[in-house]
Design a protein around this ligand. Structure first.
Ligand SMILES: Cc1ncc(C[n+]2csc(CCOP(=O)(O)OP(=O)(O)O)c2C)c(N)n1
Ligand SMILES: [Mg+2]
Length: 285
């Protein structure tokens, strides 16, 4: 990975605002979809596509590409918006989200869009799929890395823990799990519905190398990925603390935005706030 210069960091912060704008526009056009988790993962997806991953937007099936699996498929808008903003397809195509015949299904469909590595939506499956890909890379002597983005509430699915055991057994140091630790799920707080803490200790007990960081600090996230990639003989996890709905004031911290889109008036407010964020970033140049 290249060094993240202050100039590049500012560009990525700016880009994360573009990604959030794409999410809002897509959700408004669709009239349904998931706002909170999509917005709160915009900084991390920007960092992944804009700095961390080895990939070629013009050659999405490039065999040496790093694999990015979105296990929590319901936050597809953030992946689509990041892909559009990093050159995989025109940003305007985001407005086809969830429309009949679109490549941008409400939950990602592998066969629709090249480099969407898995079809996802049923929670808890992504890590197991990533384990298979990471193990296959080892067997083939391939040096791509496997990144699996998971939500916190999908840790309530048993399969995820089986995959954790397997990854440690096979010493998959080419596998990085990233957790959107936003503390919400459909009906409220994860800790009230099915407590996950102490989550870091649980991963350590399963023989993973554990890192924690602020999921809205791109520099901190990139530095954490660099530390994770230096680990030998163990899979790694980054527990990224995020704020649901990040970037849109009236959504921030409110679990009721898990699975609904903004209406026209709300989208207008959101886009105005994002424009103001962009101005603030430019003012600091
Ligand atoms: C196996 C499975 N069970 C139930 C669901 C329905 N479902 C969709 S999202 C979700 C949980 C939401 O919490 P989280 O995954 O943390 O996402 P966030 O609200 O933070 O975006 C559930 C239960 C599903 N998609 N898959
Ligand atoms: Mg959550």
């Amino acid at each position: 990975m290249q060094t993240l210069t202050p100039q590049r960091l500012r560009e990525l912060d700016f880009k994360a605002t573009d990604v959030r704008e794409g999410i809002i526009r897509a959700l408004l056009a669709a009239g349904s979809g998931h706002s909170a988790g999509s917005l709160d993962m915009a900084d991390i997806f920007t960092a992944l596509y804009g700095h961390v991953m080895r990939h070629r937007p013009e050659e999405p099936n490039w065999p040496q590409r790093d694999r990015l699996l979105l296990s929590c498929g319901h936050i597809a808008p953030v992946r689509y918006s990041a892909m559009a903003n990093f050159g995989y397809f025109p940003v305007d195509e985001l407005l086809t989200l969830r429309k009949f015949g679109t490549r941008l299904q409400g939950h990602p469909e592998r066969v629709s869009l090249p480099s969407v590595e898995t079809t996802s939506g049923p929670l808890g499956e992504g890590l197991a799929q990533g384990v298979g890909m990471a193990q296959a890379a080892k067997m083939d002597g391939a040096d791509f890395r496997v990144y699996v983005v998971t939500s916190d509430a999908e840790h309530q699915c048993g399969l995820h823990w089986e995959a954790m055991m397997t990854a440690a057994k096979f010493k998959l140091d080419n596998l990085l799990c990233i957790i959107d630790r936003n503390f919400i799920q459909i009906d409220g707080s994860t800790e009230e519905i099915m407590p996950l803490e102490p989550l870091a200790d649980k991963y350590r007990a399963f023989n993973w190398e554990v890192f924690e960081c602020d999921g809205h600090d791109i520099a901190a996230f990139v530095a954490t990925v660099e530390r994770a990639q230096a680990v030998k003989g163990k899979p790694q996890v980054i527990i990224a603390k995020t704020i649901p709905g990040k970037g849109v004031s009236y959504m921030e911290g409110d679990y009721t935005w898990h699975g609904k889109p903004p209406n026209a008036e709300q989208a207008k407010t959101a886009l105005a706030e994002l424009a103001a964020t962009r101005e603030r970033i430019l003012a600091h140049v």
